[in-house]
Design a binder for this molecule. Structure first.
Ligand code: PGA
Length: 256
């Protein structure tokens, strides 16, 4: 079954609201109908979600979608600084990154937190982009597949088969993020195949076939074609190369 490719730009802690408006305008302007077969998502910081939404609303035909970078699992309450899934839906988020390695590392997010966040998003009709990936020590010790599949099982632990349908997985080796280093496309595909097998075991053959798995970690114009050619890689979660419209659109084009 042909899976629809997805390119998501993870802007991380970059772009003010006004800078985001400019970048979204540039992306919308450089979008070409030839890319219609690809889902294109931008994930600005919370403070820029509304301006991204308003900018895209001007162009009702724009197929570019908005995602967030994080969420808190409670629906409301005394959680200073937190943002709920309903708040994200209110600013038109269709996707939300969950469990990025930077959140795990700097904000001490656990697998349990990731599972609760994914469930909260599903409850609001937002597709989680579940991140997983090994450190260099884990890779060198030969434990990558066991580690990554355990992360995925934990992240999905609160989701039934129908809940899990919109889920997207992003495989991002920690050592490849922002470093310019990448696994070989075959190494990345091996992990993505193991993720697909895990999903199949949990939710059935059809669900495994339908799952979209993105590669992330120093994806750029120079290496995108090699990743795209892999049977289990259905798109990218892109950091650095998503901050310039020209670069990001070149990646979208590669998946078209
Ligand atoms: P990078 O980041 O493309 O800058 O390596 C990817 C990510 O962290 O999602």
């Amino acid at each position: 079954m042909a899976r629809r490719p997805l390119l998501a730009g993870n802007w991380k802690m970059h772009k003010t609201a006004s800078e985001a408006t400019k970048l979204v305008q540039q992306l919308a302007y450089s979008y070409d109908d030839a890319y219609a077969g690809v889902d294109v998502v931008v994930c600005p910081p919370f403070t820029a979600l509304r301006s991204a939404q308003v900018t895209l609303d001007f162009d009702t035909s724009s197929p570019i979608r908005i995602g967030a970078q994080d969420v808190f699992w409670e629906p409301s309450g005394a959680y200073t600084g937190a943002i709920s899934a309903a708040m994200l839906r209110d600013v038109a988020c269709r996707f939300c990154i969950v469990g990025h390695s930077e959140r795990r590392m700097y904000f001490h997010e656990t697998d349990e937190d990731v599972a609760r966040k994914a469930a909260a998003l599903i409850g609001e009709g937002i597709a989680p982009i579940l991140c997983c990936g090994e450190t260099i020590e884990t890779r060198e010790s030969g434990r990558t597949l066991a580690f990554v599949t355990a992360q995925i099982k934990a992240a999905l632990s609160l989701l039934s088969a129908s809940d899990a349908e919109p889920v997207v997985v992003a495989y991002e080796p920690v050592w490849a993020i922002g470093t310019g280093r990448t696994p070989t496309p075959e190494q990345a595909d091996e992990v993505c195949a193991a993720i697909r097998d895990t999903y199949r075991e949990l939710y059935g053959v059809a669900a495994g076939e339908a799952l979209r798995i993105l590669y992330g970690g120093s994806m750029n114009v120079g290496n995108v074609d090699a990743f795209r050619a892999m049977p289990n890689i259905d798109g990218g979660l892109v950091g650095g190369a998503s901050l310039k419209a020209e670069d990001f659109m070149a990646l979208v084009k590669a998946f078209s």
